[in-house]
Design a protein. Structure first.
Length: 364
């Protein structure tokens, strides 16, 4: 199942709005085929693995095999035919499943029951945590039509996200690589206009792989008054600029010429005092969900993080901590919060001299 999880990750960036899924077929304790869901609208992981197995092995071998799948096979016709009948028709004697299907349309149509009634031995819940983590964004989106929100921050030990040195990043290259892996997995990356003005970032994915296997998330810029410079590197037809209702038509028209899409948000009923707190981020997430965005990577800065936390909208944190103390002169991760946040079941990971702490957000 761990191998199936690794297979599933190969589809990151290309399967949305479907979940990442991997499959491995084993005969006499030997892997005879493995595959993953590689492209939205393309064949699913278990179907591709069975196709690969049939090319090299007999029907008898398949009937004696076990297939490990990170997610319960689907029973509904979508872009592709349902997978459960294909699995049953293959003749495999055993199916091992990591996570059950969270799709509300699948309720009452469990493929697990169908396969058991067909005489197949089905085992569920193997490596459940890892398999459910793979589909966490899909699970939220399919049930709420709102994207899953990840808050990513790189900071010093004393919680500062700007620094006095000439280096571009606070965190080290290993942490930066993990950030780009995160960008590969998410549908959109969100920053505030101050980040655009100060750093002029490209907001793309930079990993050592062919361009055809890179997924560049949609770039979202929070810019309540449309201050984004028209020559910003982030501006193209894969960019969304989010502003408040009633902005200047002239400014809107000028930025639209760059190819960027512009979304106007209503004011929040409970207005805050900080920049972006007046913007109704829930309305933004609803609109992004309608557009098929299942996951958003929020990269700050301080006003953005504070607004999202105060509106209880970050689902998971990725906090990269570097071994520095910068002091009060430099910008903090957040400003005043309306409530404290607990990172549940934090997962620490050492990345050279940096530490990554990730976990789900619980608002107190």
């Amino acid at each position: 199942m761990q191998m199936a999880v690794a297979e599933a990750r190969k589809g990151s960036g290309f399967v949305q709005t479907n979940p990442m899924v991997g499959a491995v077929i084993v005969h006499n304790e030997k892997v005879i085929a493995k595959s993953y869901h590689a492209k939205y609208g393309g064949p699913h992981a278990e179907v591709r693995a069975l196709q690969a197995a049939r090319k090299k092995h007999s029907a008898k071998t398949l009937r004696e095999s076990t297939i490990y799948i990170t997610l319960e096979p689907c029973t509904r016709q979508g872009k592709t035919p349902p997978c459960a009948p294909t699995v049953m028709a293959s003749g495999v004697k055993r199916v091992v499943i990591g996570a059950t299907d969270p799709n509300p349309h699948e309720k009452g149509r469990s493929s697990i029951g169908q396969m058991r009634r067909a005489g197949i031995t089905v085992t569920t819940g193997v490596a459940r945590d890892e398999c459910e983590y793979l589909i966490r964004a899909f699970s939220k989106w399919i049930n709420t039509k709102h994207p899953f929100v990840i808050g990513k921050v790189g900071m010093s030990i004393d919680g500062k996200i700007t620094h006095p040195s000439q280096q571009q990043y606070i965190t080290n290259p290993k942490s930066l690589h993990r950030v780009h892996e995160l960008r590969q997995e998410t549908d959109a990356i969100l920053v505030g206009v101050n980040t655009i003005i100060k750093d002029d970032p490209m907001l793309n994915t930079r990993l050592k792989r062919p361009e055809s296997r890179l997924s560049h998330p949609t770039k979202i810029i929070l810019d309540s008054r449309l201050r984004t410079p028209r020559n910003s590197q982030a501006l193209d037809d894969n960019t969304i600029i989010v502003c408040l209702e009633g902005v200047s038509h002239k400014q809107r028209h000028a930025l639209a010429k760059t190819g960027a899409d512009i979304i106007e948000l209503p004011l929040q009923k409970q207005q805050g005092k900080l920049l972006f707190e007046t913007m109704n981020m829930k309305a933004l997430l609803k609109e992004l969900g309608k557009r098929g965005k299942t996951s958003i990577l929020v990269e700050g800065g301080s006003f953005v993080f504070t607004s999202f936390i105060n509106q209880k909208l970050i689902d998971e944190f990725y906090i990269f901590v570097a071994p520095y103390l910068y002091g009060a002169t430099y910008l903090p991760f957040t400003y005043a919060l309306k409530h404290s946040v607990t990172i549940e079941d934090p997962q620490p990971e050492k990345l050279g001299d940096n530490i990554l702490v990730r976990g789900y957000a619980k608002y107190n």
